[in-house]
Design a protein around this ligand. Structure first.
Ligand code: GLU
Length: 329
């Protein structure tokens, strides 16, 4: 029997990825997600791909990619493939757009964010720090003359025609999930007027072509999973990955870790002379591996980590945590 034409050329081995966005330096929250992803992968012999996601967000500053890779190494993580740089080959994403457009599943849309927000009567998406955050696109703005077309103007935003109904899946950490992207975000952007794939399409195309079967990431992206599964189905890509969404690290105000919570960048701790094993010790404590923070090696973390024992609540980064990192007491 002929191979499925879009089946990845990789063998049956499971694979995951570390997918940092080099738009801001890695902080303790990113570090926890990457450490857990790495530990699960090493425990289960998954292939690990390092993929630098330099498409989302503002322009990537010179040196940011190298610094991001160097920081992951300093932390003690390693990988089997990559780094691959997302922006280096956008041909497969354009091919996916040709497929969607030819199936009348995507359409160009020149409406501005303000016009959309006005029509949706909703100011902004709730979590602008996440690549999946996007304003709701009200159904009345969808064009009425949808037909198969060519993907012939890549300098415009293109939206995916979201089918009605629920998408359900089982998240390996969050449990059963049911989402209705048609009701929450509506027709989301798959290609941007910067002539680049938008986050949702970029992740799906890259995960598929790199043979990623296990997506492990922060739960700020849980909302994006249904959108991504819809794209797998619309493009006829298989297999769909298993998702594991991990609780985020937040500041004392309950918001995702950011500059306002002080300098939690790993590079800042490193420059201040904080050993990586102390950082890992705090992350291990946050994962309920240690009753109190104490230095731990990557190998020690990996052998002791249990996904099932990880607390389901978001972790709050406190001043005491910062003091412990800086002083060790
Ligand atoms: N690059 C994204 C981020 O840093 C992660 C995307 C993903 O894991 O799907 O938030």
């Amino acid at each position: 029997m002929a191979e499925h034409p879009e089946k990845p050329a990789h063998g049956p081995r499971e694979a995951t990825r570390l997918a940092p966005s080099p738009t801001g330096a890695l902080h303790l929250g990113n570090a926890r997600t990457f450490l857990v992803t790495w530990a699960i992968a090493r425990q289960r012999s998954w292939r690990i791909i390092l993929r630098i996601e330099d498409l989302d967000g503002p322009r990537v500053k010179p040196g940011a990619i190298e610094s991001c890779i160097d920081t992951l190494r300093w932390l003690g993580l390693d990988w089997d493939e990559g780094p691959t740089i997302q922006s280096h080959d956008l041909a497969p994403h354009a091919d996916a757009m040709h497929t969607l457009a030819s199936r009348a599943l995507a359409y160009p849309c020149e409406l501005t964010r303000t016009q959309i927000d006005e029509a949706a009567n909703a100011p902004h998406a709730p979590d602008p720090g996440s690549p999946g955050a996007e304003s709701r696109f009200p159904p009345e703005l969808r064009p009425t003359d949808l037909a198969p077309r060519a993907f012939d103007n890549p300098d415009t935003n293109w939206r995916f025609l979201v089918p009605p109904g629920e998408v359900t899946f089982h998240d390996a950490f969050a449990g059963p999930v049911a989402q209705s992207p048609g009701a929450t975000v509506g027709d989301f952007v798959v290609w941007t007027k910067r002539a680049q794939p938008a986050y949702q399409l970029a992740v799906v195309v890259d995960d598929h072509r790199q043979g990623v079967t296990q997506v492990v990431r922060g739960d700020d992206l849980l909302d994006s999973a249904a959108r991504q599964l819809l794209l797998y189905r619309a493009l006829g890509l298989a297999p769909e990955p298993t998702h594991t969404h991990l609780p985020l690290v937040v500041g004392p105000d309950g918001r995702r870790l950011a500059k306002r919570h002080g300098d939690t960048r790993l590079t800042a701790y490193r420059q201040a002379g904080v050993p990586a094993e102390r950082v890992l010790g705090l992350l291990a404590h946050w994962c309920a591996l240690l009753p109190a923070p104490e230095p731990i090696t990557p190998a020690g973390f990996c052998s002791a980590f249990k996904l099932a024992s990880m607390p389901p609540e978001r972790v709050t980064f406190t001043e005491e945590d910062d003091r412990w990192l800086r002083t060790g007491s």
